[in-house]
Design a protein around this ligand. Sequence first.
Ligand SMILES: C[S@@+](CC[C@H](N)C(=O)[O-])C[C@H]1O[C@@H](n2cnc3c(N)ncnc32)[C@H](O)[C@@H]1O
Length: 214
Amino acid sequence: MQAVQPWFADIGETTGGYDGIPFEAAPLDLAAIFGNDRPVDLEIGCGKGQFAAEYAAQNPQRNLLAVEINGNVIVQAAEKAKAASLGNLRFLRIGAQHIGVLLKKDSIQRIFLNFSCPFPKKRQQKRRLTHPDFLELYRGFLAQDGLLMQKTDNAQLFEFSLCALSGCGFVLREVSLDLHHSAVEGNIMTEYEQRFTALGQPIYYLKAQKHGRD
Ligand SMILES: C[S@@+](CC[C@H](N)C(=O)[O-])C[C@H]1O[C@@H](n2cnc3c(N)ncnc32)[C@H](O)[C@@H]1O
């Protein structure tokens, strides 16, 4: 892991603390991690980091923290960032369910959920990254008026997300049932998006904004 430092940290490898997170890691000092006070965005489930690397390259005035539960793929992602010398991109291996304790209130401006696992069975619904439990967790660290973007090929997950976001104090700003034939500009393709697009599948897309509750 030394080879991909400082691009990569593995919270899951440490012992002690709670939920596998060492006490000394929480909360993260994002300004120290990135070496500046620029806005920080978060990608959850970044896979091999194709989107993360391109987003960081296109947005040098922003920082991106990318998290992923699978240690094998996230190391490949960190290697990409290192090869491109992307100083505004950092990776953390951790399950999304634990990030709440790591991120301070209002510390994240944008959240990206790209082709999250759909968990189609009813008993798995709580693992969907747009389940109301996750949305409440995101509200804790997402800035007021912060944004959440989701892309998926899965209609069932998309419908679930639309309902969950509407019920959890988010306002839907953009919705497309076919992103690649929509007016939405500046899309950055992910690895899974390329695969689904090659199969001729439409990509569902939404942009939601956090709102204070009345
Ligand atoms: C279908 S892949 C999509 C990868 C990438 N975002 C893309 O679009 O090419 C979903 C990724 O989410 C990760 N993942 C699933 N549940 C997660 C969780 N609770 N926390 C962090 N990552 C998770 C998986 O390990 C997997 O790499």
